[in-house]
Design a protein around this ligand. Sequence first.
Ligand SMILES: Nc1ncnc2c1ncn2[C@@H]1O[C@H](COP(=O)(O)OP(=O)(O)OP(=O)(O)O)[C@@H](O)[C@H]1O
Ligand SMILES: [Mg+2]
Length: 273
Amino acid sequence: MESISSGEGDASGGVSSRRGLSVQDVNIYYGNFLAVRHATADFAAQSITALIGPSGCGKSTFLRSLNRMHEVIPGARVEGTVLLDGRDIYHPSVDPVVVRRKVGMVFQRPNPFPTMSIADNVLAGKKLNASRLSKNDADVLVEQSLRGANLWDEVKNRLDAPGASLSGGQQQRLCIARAIAVEPEVLLMDEPCSALDPISTMAVESLMLDLKEKYTIIIVTHNMQQAARVSDYTAFFLSDGGPGQMVECAPTSEIFSSPKDQRTENYVTGRFG
Ligand SMILES: Nc1ncnc2c1ncn2[C@@H]1O[C@H](COP(=O)(O)OP(=O)(O)OP(=O)(O)O)[C@@H](O)[C@H]1O
Ligand SMILES: [Mg+2]
């Protein structure tokens, strides 16, 4: 398997060899503004973790720190360690482009390239990563990714139609197909269902459960029922006026039935937020 490190050996300094993501004491800044403070959590391979918490508490910021998308904002930076399969994605020898391929992202609003065909949308990430594909390999990858995203049957007869010709729910599944076409290890999803109707939401949720067999999934959601339905673990974020923090991260059943922190209980029972 390709390493995120450009050099030989263990770029993490041998901190850990477990699979999945391990976040250790991460602080995330926009310029001088500390948006997320001291976040620490492990995200096991082949599990789904939901990030919940009130608006503005740093969920999206935290998510973007996990694939080095945060730093593309001018002045934005991350302190601390994020290990992917035991290797620090922020180590100076690590290429952020490789990190973003291994840790894919799906956004709140489906963002296919509108004029690009459905098939080319699926291949877009692959092409960005400068892989040369034969026509046959490209066809196989398009079908496999669209099947993986549970969209193949709906689009197989119009692969040349523009991305914008799909419904919102189909566009979101197209974006998921695009994300999985580059064969990531981790899939980050920021409120992927918030613009979708209940049927499309169900389709994306059942897709997440399928994808969990292969990927580590971290999803931001404001929908508590969704967190309870799909996730194995839930992390609760809160900002008490100051920087956002991860109050606790535990098995989802525990967060919803017997959280350790009173603030988590207040939130999940709807007493604030
Ligand atoms: N590009 C940016 N520049 C400066 N500050 C930002 C930027 N993006 C977000 N912030 C700030 O960082 C904090 C966390 O924002 P973030 O978007 O991560 O919250 P969130 O939990 O995802 O909220 P929501 O549920 O509304 O999506 C907020 O105070 C926000 O104003
Ligand atoms: Mg957000």
